[in-house]
Design a protein around this ligand. Structure first.
Ligand SMILES: *Cc1c(COP(=O)(O)O)cnc(C)c1O
Length: 457
C-alpha cells in the first residue's frame, strides 16, 4: 500500500480503538461486511436490475442483489425493496423524484412536501429550505418542536403533566394543520436527533386524511426496528427509506422499501421507485456494497442482534439517567431510542465537542429545538450503537457519563463570543488551551484503558 495512505489508515485505526465513539450514526461493521466492501465485487458494472442488466457477466451479481432484496423484504416485512441507493440522501431524493412533480415540471404544479426541521431532529433531505435538493426542487413546508420544547422548559423539570416520555414533543394537530393548509402531497418523517419514539400511527392518520404519501425515514433506527425495540412504521407508511450503516451495522449504503400499504395506494410504486434510482438518479450499483448489505441483513436476523438492539436502548437509557442526575438538560428529558440530545444552554456545542474529543470521547455538536445556527449550536448529540457493539454495558455507561459530566464542569465558564467573526478564533484558542489541560488528558488516558478492555470488531 502507498506509504502515506497506509500511515493515515493506521492512525485512524488507532483513533477508533483508543477513543469512545458516541456519535449515534456511527457503528462498527463486522469483519465480513468489511471484507465484502473491499472485495472483487467492486470491480463489476451492473447498470439495471437483476435479469435486466446493460452489461454482461452479471450471473452472480444478480443472485447477490436478489439475496439482499429477499432478506430486506423478510426482515422488514415489505413486498418491495431496492438496495441500490448509494446512501441515505440519494435514497430520499429518489423517493421524491419517483412520487412528486418537481418545480418547473411539464406536468404542472410543483408538489409540496412536509417534514420536520433540522433543529427539531429532522434530516436535511426532509425539505430543508434553500440549500438542499428536497428544499429547492420541491415546495417544502417544515414543522418543528420549538414551541412544545419551550413550554416544557417553563414547567418544572420532570413534572407529571409534561412528561414527554408519554407522547413525545410533536404537536400532531399542528402538523395536520400544515399539511392541510399547504395541500401537501408527501410527508417525510424520520429522526436524526429526536430521541423519543415517533408516533407513526398519528402521522399515518394525517397522511391518510389528506391523501398524502407517508415516507418513514428509519435511517437511524433500522437496527432497533429489526431487533424489535423500536416501533416499525411498516403498517403505517407507504415507503420506508433507510441507511444501512447506522444501527443496522452494515456498509455505507441505503435501501428503499415499499410497504403493502404503499402498493395498495399505487400498485406501480415499486417500479416508479426503481426507475427513479436507476436511470433517474444513479448509474451502476455498488455491487460490493450490495453484498455487504445482504451480509448485514443476515446478521440482523440473529438472536445476537436482537440482544444487541436491546442493549443499545438500555445503555442509552442508563447514560441519559446518569446525565440527568448530573443536572444536565436533555431534550425530551431522556431517551426512548439509542440517542440523547443534550441542551448545554450557556455552553457552546462546539466547545463541548472539542473538549470531549481531547478527553477521548467523540461526539458531535448538534442543534437543539429553536437553535438558529447549525454551525454554532447549543447542544451535543450522543448515542450508544458503537459502544454497545464493543460490548460495553451499564457499568461502562455510568463511567462514561461521569467523564462527560467532569469535562462539562471543566468548561462551564467558557462563553462563545456573540460576534460571529470572533467565534472561530475563540474556538481555536480554546482548543490550544484545552489540549494541555491536565485533567482532560488524564481522562483521555483513562478512556484508553477502558477501550483496551472492549476491542473494536
Ligand atoms: C443519516 C441519515 C440520512 C442520510 O444518510 P447519508 O448516508 O448520510 O446520505 C437521511 N436521513 C436520516 C434520517 C438520517 O439519519
Amino acid at each position: 500500500m502507498d506509504k502515506k495512505i497506509a500511515q493515515l489508515l493506521a492512525s485512524e485505526e488507532k483513533r477508533q480503538k483508543e477513543t469512545i465513539t458516541l456519535i449515534p450514526s456511527e457503528n462498527y461493521a463486522s469483519a465480513s461486511v468489511g471484507r465484502l466492501v473491499g472485495s472483487v465485487l467492486g470491480n463489476k458494472y451492473s447498470e439495471g436490475y437483476a435479469n435486466r442488466r446493460y452489461y454482461q457477466g452479471n450471473k452472480y451479481i444478480d443472485s447477490i442483489e436478489q439475496l439482499a432484496i429477499t432478506r430486506a423484504k423478510s426482515l422488514f416485512g415489505v413486498p418491495h425493496a431496492n438496495v441500490q441507493p448509494y446512501s441515505g440522501s440519494p435514497a430520499n431524493s429518489a423517493v421524491l423524484m419517483a412520487l412528486l412533480e418537481p418545480c418547473g415540471s411539464a406536468q404542472g404544479k410543483v408538489n409540496t412536501i412536509v417534514g420536520m426541521n433540522l433543529s427539531s431532529g429532522g434530516h436535511l433531505t426532509h425539505g430543508h429550505p434553500d440549500i438542499t435538493f428536497s428544499g429547492k426542487f420541491f415546495k417544502s413546508v417544515q414543522f418543528g418542536i420549538e414551541e412544545q420544547y419551550k413550554k416544557l422548559q417553563s414547567d418544572s423539570v420532570g413534572s407529571e403533566t409534561h412528561d414527554p416520555l408519554r407522547g413525545g414533543l410533536i404537536d400532531y394537530d399542528m402538523v395536520s394543520g400544515i399539511v392541510e393548509a399547504n395541500s401537501a402531497k408527501l410527508i417525510i418523517i424520520g429522526s436524526t436527533a429526536y430521541p423519543l419514539i415517533l408516533n407513526w400511527q398519528k402521522f399515518a392518520e394525517i397522511a391518510d386524511s389528506y391523501g398524502c404519501y407517508l415516507v418513514a425515514d428509519i435511517s437511524h433506527v433500522a437496527g432497533l426496528i429489526a431487533a424489535g425495540v423500536y416501533p416499525s412504521p411498516v403498517k403505517y407508511a407507504h415507503v420506508m427509506t433507510t441507511t444501512t450503516h447506522k444501527t443496522l451495522r452494515g456498509p455505507r449504503g441505503a435501501m428503499i422499501m415499499v410497504t403493502a400499504k404503499g402498493l395498495v395506494k399505487d400498485p406501480e410504486m415499486g417500479s416508479k421507485i426503481d426507475r427513479a434510482v436507476f436511470p433517474g438518479l444513479q448509474g451502476g450499483p455498488h455491487d460490493n456494497t450490495t453484498a455487504a448489505i445482504a451480509q448485514c441483513l443476515a446478521e440482523a436476523e440473529t438472536p445476537a442482534f436482537r440482544k444487541y438492539g436491546k442493549q443499545v436502548v438500555e445503555n442509552a437509557r442508563v447514560l441519559a439517567e446518569e446525565l440527568v442526575s448530573g443536572s444536565l438538560k436533555l431534550v425530551g428529558n431522556g431517551t426512548e431510542s439509542h440517542l440523547i440530545l443534550v441542551d448545554l444552554q450557556k455552553v457552546s456545542g462546539n466547545v463541548a465537542a472539542e473538549a470531549l474529543e481531547i478527553a477521548g470521547i467523540t461526539v458531535n455538536r448538534n442543534s437543539v429545538p429553536g437553535d438558529k445556527s447549525p454551525f454554532y449550536p447549543s447542544g451535543i448529540r450522543l448515542g450508544t450503537p458503537a459502544v454497545t457493539t464493543r460490548g460495553m454495558g451499564k457499568r461502562e455507561m455510568k463511567q462514561i457519563a461521569g467523564w462527560i459530566l467532569e469535562v462539562l464542569e471543566i468548561i462551564k465558564d467558557e462563553r462563545l463570543p456573540e460576534e460571529s467573526k470572533k467565534r472561530s478564533d475563540f474556538i481555536k484558542s480554546f482548543v490550544r488551551r484545552a489540549s494541555v489541560n491536565k485533567r482532560l488528558l488524564t481522562i483521555a488516558k483513562e478512556v484508553r484503558t477502558l477501550c483496551k478492555r472492549y476491542p473494536v470488531p
